[in-house]
Design a protein around this ligand. Structure first.
Ligand SMILES: [Zn+2]
Length: 204
């Protein structure tokens, strides 16, 4: 299955309200669903660091996906559109990557969970193949929606499903608890080349 977590979905009834565009909890929900798979005994790999998954740079994950060298695995990809954009519009690599993601999620028991800022930014082919589209919304404990990107209050994230549409949130999570599963300050939205450079620096 392919699951998408979005910062905004224009036109979705869930999109209403004075919620912050960024920091709505999409990576937190991405991490949470991956963690549930981990608890169920699945192998989980991710392009960002968590306390339960194997961290693998997105270029290597893409190579694994495209060479079909992967099965029975949950893949967490944060800011997937940054990688997709780096491949160039309608390039062969892009088509191969998206085709492999779709094909493997159907045939090899590979689940792909991704997040991205805007629903409309994701490649149309991947978007139509996304089985579940989620829109998290961030609230305070007093029930008021959070409208500040960087807010120090304690939050609760309501996970709404846009497609297939469900009126009520499917679950809610405590940001202070799930936030301990990963480093939310880690920058993952960098093109693959810069990732490699940075990794080299760390190795030195
Ligand atoms: Zn807040």
């Amino acid at each position: 299955m392919i699951y998408g977590f979005f910062g905004s979905i224009p036109g979705s009834p869930h999109n209403r309200g004075a919620h912050a565009l960024r920091g709505n909890g999409k990576t937190m929900c991405l991490t949470f669903t991956g963690y549930l798979d981990y608890l169920n005994g699945r192998r989980v790999i991710s392009n960002y660091k968590t306390v339960f998954s194997e961290y693998i740079p997105i270029q290597e994950i893409a190579d694994m996906v495209m060479s079909e060298n992967i099965k029975d695995t949950t893949i967490l990809l944060s800011e997937i559109q940054v990688y997709i954009n780096s491949l160039g519009a309608d390039s062969e690599v892009l088509k191969t990557f998206i085709g492999s993601v779709i094909g493997q999620s159907r045939k090899r028991n590979v689940d792909v969970h991704y997040d991205t800022q805007r629903y409309g930014d994701i490649h149309p082919r991947l978007r139509v193949q996304t089985d579940r589209a989620y829109l998290p919304r961030k609230f305070h404990f007093d029930g008021s929606p959070c409208s500040v990107d960087r807010c120090e209050k304690v939050h609760i994230i309501y996970l709404y499903m846009h497609d297939p549409y469900q009126y009520e949130p499917i679950t809610h999570i405590r940001a202070d608890v799930v936030g301990q599963l990963y480093d939310s300050n880690e920058i993952v939205a960098v093109p693959p080349k810069r990732v490699r450079k940075r990794k080299k620096k760390e190795d030195e």
